[in-house]
Write a protein that binds this ligand. Structure first.
Ligand SMILES: [Cu+2]
Length: 66
């Protein structure tokens, strides 16, 4: 399943990498992150959007499911 999120608090490319690595470790693929808008999309397979949002939250960012 493809999921989209709005992430607040990513300030630089290091933040983008934190989120990307965390999502990939969690099993997401095709992770795309737009730093300027905070838009994140990923293929999350059988995981729930809420679980994936929680992974982003645990990295220290605010997140809304789109
Ligand atoms: Cu940063």
């Amino acid at each position: 399943m493809k999921a989209e999120f709005s992430v607040t608090g990513m300030m630089c490319n290091n933040c983008v990498n934190h989120v990307k690595v965390a999502l990939e470790k969690f099993g997401a693929s095709e992770v795309e992150i737009d730093l300027a808008s905070g838009a994140v999309s990923a293929e999350i397979g059988e995981k729930s959007k809420e679980e994936v949002a929680e992974v982003i939250r645990e990295e220290g960012y605010e997140v809304a499911i789109r």
